[in-house]
Design a protein around this ligand. Sequence first.
Ligand code: AP5
Ligand code: ZN
Length: 215
Amino acid sequence: MRIVLVGPPGAGKGTQAAFLAKNLDIPHISTGDLFRANISQGTQLGLEAKGYMDRGELVPDEVTIGMAKDRMEQADAANGFLLDGFPRNVAQAEALDVVLKADDMQLDAVLDLEVPEDEVVKRIAGRRICRNDSSHVFHVTYNAPETEGVCDTCGGELYQRADDSEETVRTRLEVYHTQTEPIIDYYRAQNLVVTISALGKVDEVTARAMGALKK
Ligand code: AP5
Ligand code: ZN
């Protein structure tokens, strides 16, 4: 299956993607995680992305589309993938269509996670992620690690993302409404959008998502 996950910052895309990718046996491809890995490795791409991310703005399409394309072309993605955080504007959605068409492939669904703004603010405020791998995600109250400040998965140190400050979150939400939400209409026109509520416990949302994808 080829799936795009869309939803506001803090909706739980990364959290759900980890379970959905496992259930569906496809790789979880998060452009945010790819950028963060590049930043922690000090690559040129990471240097280019960092300023935009810290301000809550989108990294330019030239950088993002190339990086996403390279990742989708890796062997483990040959039979499907779950895209998280890409595409994030209509130009990226059009670029993805070109990449897919070139290999005679299509998306199966665009899973749209709906969460009210006051809830995403609470989720982001309490989020802690792992220094070793930013896809290891916790929450100080909703999804607390067994030992405070320590990743359950790998023992790494947990910290708060630089772009999770109140001011940057405001910018990220605005960027989501103005630049990312239009892709939902773009995909509605292709009859691909499945919208679910992302409220409730993590496993309840996963079950809802799996049910919606089977339809
Ligand atoms: P990215 O990393 O993609 O961030 P985002 O879209 O803002 O999404 P988040 O990671 O904030 O949230 P999420 O929905 O994954 O929620 P999570 O599962 O962590 O992008 C970061 C930046 O990179 C962008 O601002 C941009 O600069 C750049 N970038 C990335 N992709 C780009 C692109 N394509 N083009 C250009 N620039 C790009 O959950 C949040 C919290 O809630 C966690 O603490 C979690 O434990 C908790 N939680 C999850 N589910 C539940 C639940 N059901 N109940 C209670 N708590 C829950
Ligand atoms: Zn970890």
